[in-house]
Ligand binder design. Structure first.
Ligand code: HEC
Length: 120
C-alpha cells in the first residue's frame, strides 16, 4: 500500500497508474445537490435516451430529465433504478450500451436519494 493512499481505500475506488500519482479527492456525498451534481450526471449519460422528447422511442418511455420526472419514477421504481446504475440484480444495466457511471457519480446519486430527493 502506497503511503497516504490507504486512507482512500475505504471508498472502494481503483486507481490506474496515472491516478496513483494524482489520486482524486475522496467522493463528497454530504448534502448532494440535484441541480449541481445529480442533474449534470444524468444529463451527460442518460438524457440521450431518457429526455422527455426521446424517451418514447429510445428510453422505453422512462423520462428522467426533470426533478419531477425523476422523483416520480423513483417513487415507484427506486430499487430498479438503483440496480440499473449499480449493475446489480436483474435490471437492465444503465447507461444502456455504455460505460457504467463512475463510482463517485453513483455514490452521489444514491446519497441524494437517501437525503430525500430534494430539488436543491
Ligand atoms: C442508449 C439509450 C439509453 C441510455 C443512454 C440510458 N438508457 Fe436507461 N433504458 C434504455 C432502454 C431502451 C430501456 C428499456 C430496457 C432495456 O431495453 O434494456 C432503459 C431502461 C432503464 C431503466 C429501467 C431498467 C429495467 O430493467 O427496466 C432505468 C432505471 C434506466 N433505464 C435508467 C437509466 C439511467 C439512470 C441512465 C443513465 C445513467 C440510462 N438509463 C441511460 C435506454 C437508455
Amino acid at each position: 500500500m502506497v503511503g497516504g493512499l490507504s486512507i482512500l481505500g475505504g471508498f472502494g475506488c481503483r486507481f490506474d497508474k496515472e491516478e496513483l500519482k494524482y489520486p482524486p479527492p475522496p467522493c463528497d456525498t454530504v448534502a448532494v445537490s440535484y441541480s449541481l451534481e445529480v442533474k449534470p450526471i444524468l444529463e451527460a449519460s442518460c438524457y440521450g435516451c431518457h429526455a422527455a422528447d426521446v424517451a418514447e422511442t429510445a428510453g422505453a418511455g422512462i423520462v428522467l430529465d426533470s426533478h419531477a420526472a425523476l422523483t416520480g419514477f423513483l417513487s415507484g421504481f427506486e430499487n430498479l433504478f438503483t440496480e440499473a446504475i449499480t449493475h446489480t440484480g436483474s435490471a437492465s444495466k444503465m447507461p444502456k450500451g455504455g460505460q457504467k457511471l463512475e463510482a463517485c457519480s453513483i455514490q452521489k446519486i444514491l446519497a441524494w436519494i437517501r437525503q430525500g430527493k430534494l430539488d436543491n
